[in-house]
Design a protein around this ligand. Structure first.
Ligand SMILES: *[C@@H]1O[C@H](CO)[C@@H](O)[C@H](O)[C@H]1NC(C)=O
Length: 708
């Protein structure tokens, strides 16, 4: 009976001390109002935030009710301290609420382009389409600065413009794909490149041209200002160094097979002379004139179009120590940096939000925090989706953080590499039931210990880069106790030159993850073990890889490149004493068991089918085919007829696969309808029903022929 008493106290005690207060906020309100009833709303979220500390409200459970419309933040909504009872900012009665880091510009302020110089520079096809806005006339004078981006770089975006919630981009050439570098007259670190196009004659009058490219490696993108364009020599001089220098490119979308000819391709942008299609814009910072070809259906602007420019940096930030704060049910958009950020937080819930059109790094970026939940959100058009870390690695104390049931897509909008869909780090974070797709690079990156990644649907990742894993971690022996299970991972292929892409990539001797009960199909490679140890791969379906199902190597045997990092990292943790030594006994004895060798990997009880042939593993290097390195046993070599309907993502075992699975007690593969969000995502006003994929095929009898 004790639990009943506890439950009753739990319910009754807070009521004695705290009541529930509602504060109303409406774009039509006034900050002179009390905000305490629905007919006297305050006007700004910041006023509501201040009221949280006033007497009569402080210490209570509070709902800040955001009423329908556009709430434009004048500055970052900044929280400085913990609340003793939950405070929730939410859409009032599920109304359509947009909280923006910018402001709306009336369509009538946009005019035809009349300036002769501008008209002369514009491509002839766009002269009658492009519209002009004098930003100071719309009250906008802070244009931000052009800045570098790409390859894990954090930046603050310049002013961006969004039409009806859709992003536009700085005018670029070419519109798709890239130009190859023809020669590098100054050498790898010389900043000078030549190319073969003659289109550059248009670029001579550009005021602030930039270039973006994969200059040396196909896994490292970078942007740089252009200091000089020589249209006689077809030569560009960059103003700054790129990450790894420059090289001659061999980018040819029709021939991607070569792994060695990577990098050396780029495009130019921020050019009025390249404003040649809907959705492109250019801002002349000296005059304040913005030129844009609207990406609306009509190609022009009407008073019903909602045109938003981004003005402030972070939308919402929380100082160290903030606790018991929730955000629910509204759209957060158009900030130049991050959506919701903070460090050392506790008990934060972010639910049914739409977070989009952020300039940088994270829709949600909360570090060293505990009991954070991000659930049922729509996160897209950001540069990085959800980044969460917490827990204590020394003591292996879990964070209690959960990222679940989110739809996260197109999350690398401006930069490519290093802006992941979900990043989790620390101890005991859970990423489950998320749907991640359309990523330029990694979908789910993890670091640390005892993290669980399950029931996620991850596909079309690594789209514009190579040497990439849709699910990726690397270079940390101490990162033990992680599990990747019950996920669907598919269509991660190679579209660019360079090294291979993989469904799961265990980079640079990453060790001891358990990969089980997942379904993989149509990936370049499904899983890669990059020289690490003690990884367990079992009970998975590996269907139809473009190359081999798995590739493995022993890079630590060939090179000591990662040795110092690996040793330094794991020696930071008390791996010889509990709880480390009891939880991770193999780590405790690693130094006496050939630490640089790929020892103890196990691949068993998986079902494989591959059009290209029956090899399970491609060994990258010689002498790796050893049981103590890669113990491969008891896998089932299936045919397409051994699955219900691969075409319809139905990989249930039948026929001989079913017999094998029963004998080995391998459970049926998970159904695709059991991965991804379990509930509708985003604010109520935009929610859609969850799609179901029930397969319609009725396979013939096991002796009959089946089409896969
Ligand atoms: C990949 O790059 C192309 C431009 O070459 C772009 O149109 C596309 O949106 C990018 N894909 C993703 C998933 O971001």
């Amino acid at each position: 009976m004790t639990w009943v008493v506890a439950l009753c106290l739990g319910l009754l005690l807070p009521l004695g001390h705290s009541k529930t207060v509602h504060i109303y906020v409406s774009p039509k309100g006034s900050d002179g109002n009390s905000g305490l009833d629905v007919s006297h709303p305050v006007a700004t979220l910041d006023k509501a935030r201040q009221l949280l500390d006033s007497s009569g409200i402080k210490g209570n459970t509070v709902y800040v009710e955001l009423m329908g419309g556009y709430h434009n933040l004048q500055s970052t909504l900044h929280f400085t301290h913990a609340y003793s009872q939950p405070v929730t900012f939410r859409a009032y009665q599920d109304q359509e609420v947009h909280v923006t880091g910018g402001k709306q510009i009336p369509a009538h302020l946009f005019t035809q382009v009349t300036d002769h110089n501008a008209l002369n520079m514009l491509p002839s096809n766009s002269r009658s389409k492009v519209m002009q806005l004098h930003l100071p006339s719309a009250g906008v004078t802070d244009y931000g600065k052009m800045s570098n981006f790409g390859f894990y770089r954090s930046r603050t975006s310049w002013l961006e413009i969004f039409i009806n919630g859709e992003p536009t981009r700085l005018a670029q050439y070419p519109n798709e794909k890239f130009l190859n570098i023809n020669s590098v007259p100054g050498g790898r670190h010389g900043k000078i490149i030549t190319y073969s196009t003659h289109e550059d004659s248009r670029w001579v009058h550009e005021k602030e041209p930039w270039a973006y490219g994969f200059w040396y490696w196909s896994w490292a993108d970078d942007a740089a200002a252009i200091s000089n364009i020589d249209t006689q020599k077809h030569q560009i001089t960059l103003a700054t160094d790129t990450h790894y220098g420059v090289r001659v490119g061999h980018y040819n979308p029709a021939h991607l097979a070569y792994a060695d000819n990577q990098g050396g391709y780029f495009r130019v942008f921020n050019m009025l002379s390249e404003l040649d299609q809907p959705g492109e814009y250019y801002l002349d910072r000296s005059s304040g004139n913005l030129y844009i070809w609207p990406n609306t259906k009509s190609g022009t602007l009407a008073s019903s179009d909602i045109i938003t420019v981004s003005l402030i940096n972070d939308c919402i930030s929380m100082d160290r120590g903030v606790a018991n704060l929730n955000f629910a049910g509204f759209t957060l958009e158009a900030c130049r940096h991050e959506g919701i950020r903070g460090d050392n937080l506790h008990n934060i819930n972010i639910q049914n939000m739409e977070i989009k059109n952020m300039g940088e790094c994270g829709g949600v970026h909360l570090t060293s925090s505990s009991h954070v939940t991000v659930s049922r959100c729509e996160v897209y058009y950001t540069n990085g989706g959800v980044i969460i870390s917490g827990g204590d690695r020394k003591t292996l104390t879990p964070s209690g953080n959960v990222v679940e049931d989110n739809h996260i897509w197109k999350f690398a909008r401006v930069g490519g590499v290093g802006y992941n869909g979900i990043s989790i780090g620390g101890v005991g974070n859970v990423a489950r039931y998320n749907h991640l797709h359309d990523g330029q690079y990694t979908g789910l990156m993890w670091g640390g210990n005892d993290n669980i990644m399950e029931y996620n649907h991850i596909h079309h990742m690594c789209v514009n880069s190579t040497d990439c894993g849709a699910v990726h971690s690397g270079r940390d022996w101490a990162a033990r106790g992680n599990v990747i299970r019950y996920n669907y991972i598919h269509n991660v292929v190679k579209n660019m030159p360079g090294a291979e892409n993989r469904g799961i990539m265990l980079d640079d001797q990453y060790s001891s993850v358990t990969i089980e009960h997942n379904v993989f199909f149509q990936n370049q490679y499904h899983v890669n073990i990059g020289g690490g140890r003690d990884n367990i791969i079992r009970y998975n379906v590996f269907y139809d890889a473009v190359n081999y199902p798995l590739n493995v190597d022993g890079r630590g045997l060939r090179s000591t490149g990662n040795q110092a990092t690996l040793f330094n990292t794991f020696q930071r943790y008390p791996y010889t004493s509990p709880p480390w030594s009891t939880k991770y006994p193999k780590l405790a004895s690693i130094t006496s068991h050939q630490p640089m060798a790929p020892m103890g990997n196990q691949i068993y009880d998986n079902a494989f089918y591959n059009k290209r042939g029956s090899s399970i593993v491609q060994y990258h290097g010689t002498g790796l085919d050893k049981k103590e390195y890669f113990d491969i046993h008891d896998n089932f070599m299936a045919s397409p007829a051994d699955f219900w309907s691969p075409r319809e993502y139905d990989f249930r075992f039948r026929c001989s696969a079913e017999t094998w699975a029963r004998q080995k007690s391998v459970p049926q593969p998970i159904d695709i309808d059991d991965v991804g969000p379990r509930q509708p995502t985003g604010p109520k006003y935009m929610q859609k029903a969850i799609p179901q994929h029930h397969s319609t095929s009725h396979p013939a009898s096991c002796t009959g022929s089946i089409v896969g």
